[in-house]
Write a protein that binds this ligand. Structure first.
Ligand code: FE2
Length: 386
């Protein structure tokens, strides 16, 4: 057995920890740019709490609030120009995955220069981003992407219109502040979709061919936390115990998949996100039961491990039968939290299948799937899920 494991991020977890941001950041810089969306962090008062905490430690701050749902190169490049004009020496991302990904990329481009457009693809970014970026501090307000502990950012490439990764070992955050209180205002739809993204991270990293004993322990823990808390968090947004478990589950899944990789769901999902205005979370959620069916004959042992998370169990069943029940339960969870069952319900069209298949093989995730995947397999899976 051989493996590597890397997560060089100081992680601070706990209710109310946003109030400690100033204290935690004071050794990292003196003037921060806070990267966030137009509304949610303001409405929830998370931005005010963050600004107050920085002020207490005499850290000045400016706000870059131009992040939209599907950020592109322009959002990053404008942010870099803004932070340079304002003389900022650290970048704080406050929000969901989009805000964190823009902030993370800005911190790197501010040091390496040029446009984000020049850095797509692991090879390009690894060879061009040799220095550390500005210190990047991640403060997530949703439980989903785990951008706070991963070394990549998904940004829309303006040359081909696709959502693609910028990826380098030195893109990690210096500090991740995980305050479950910040997730209390996430609406049910966002909670459901981001939560299923996190669940898919946990499960795909568990099944990945690159999984190792360290990541398997993390993935399994994450999957259990999310499986038993997501519905509660969706149905009662103020259920703080469920929110804590979701924050923790998403974080742990992120640490794991950042090292073990993902699988076929995350191979197809970015392709869907490039062609249609669907969130990454919902496309993963719709695909997951179909991908598990596809993987079942190879991965049924590991899928059946989740059977232990179910309330009602019959331990005499065969492993294969248990795996079937687990897949059914994931389908039921999707139904109960309002996730559609079929790709056609989220706007996918049959005429695009060939392009979707092609795009699936441009990413890395498909190559970590436990069962080998051919173009014909992806085509069949899209047809089954349609
Ligand atoms: Fe994801």
């Amino acid at each position: 057995m051989e493996f590597q494991f890397l997560v060089p991020v100081k992680i601070v977890f706990g209710q109310g920890k946003i109030k400690e941001t100033g204290n935690l950041c004071k050794s990292l810089g003196t003037r921060a740019v806070i990267v966030t969306g137009k509304n949610s962090a303001k409405k929830s008062s998370a931005l005010d709490r963050l600004l107050e905490s920085l002020e207490t430690e005499n850290i000045s701050a400016v706000v870059y609030d131009q992040v939209v749902g599907e950020p592109d190169v322009i959002a990053v490049d404008r942010g870099v120009t803004f932070l340079k004009e304002e003389g900022c020496d650290m970048v704080i991302g406050l929000g969901g995955g989009s805000a964190l990904d823009v902030a993370k990329t800005m911190a790197m481009i501010a040091v390496h220069g040029g446009s984000a457009q020049n850095y797509f693809g692991a090879k390009a970014s690894q060879s061009l981003m040799l220095k550390d970026g500005l210190p990047f501090i991640a403060v997530p307000t949703t439980s989903g992407t785990a951008s706070e502990v991963t070394r990549n950012a998904v940004i829309k490439n303006l040359e081909n219109g696709l959502k693609q990764s910028i990826y380098a070992d030195n893109m990690f955050a210096k500090l991740a502040i995980l305050d479950p209180d910040l997730t209390l205002t996430a609406p049910p739809k966002v909670t459901a979709e981001a939560g299923m993204d996190a669940f898919t991270h946990g499960l795909e990293s568990y099944l990945s061919i690159k999984a190792n004993p360290l990541t398997e322990a993390l993935s399994y823990k994450a999957v259990g936390l999310i499986f038993n808390s997501l519905e509660r968090a969706v149905k009662n947004s103020l259920d703080i115990e469920a929110r804590k478990n979701m924050t923790l589950g998403s974080l742990i899944a992120g640490v794991s998949f950042g090292n073990a990789g993902l699988g076929l769901c995350h191979g197809i999902s970015p392709a869907l996100g490039s062609l249609y205005p669907v969130t990454h979370g919902v496309s993963n959620a719709v695909l997951l039961p179909y991908v598990l069916e596809y993987n079942k004959d190879i991965a049924f042992n590991k899928i059946s491990d989740l059977y232990l998370f179910l309330d009602e169990r019959d331990d005499h069943l065969s492993t294969y039968h248990k795996a079937d029940i687990v897949i059914d339960k994931i389908r039921e969870l999707n139904n109960r939290i309002g996730i559609p069952e079929r790709l056609r319900e989220i706007g996918v069209e049959r005429k695009d299948f060939a392009r979707l298949v092609e795009l699936t093989f441009e990413g890395r995730s498909v190559y970590n799937n436990p069962k080998k995947v051919s173009a014909q397999d992806v085509y069949k899976l899209l047809e089954a899920a349609y």
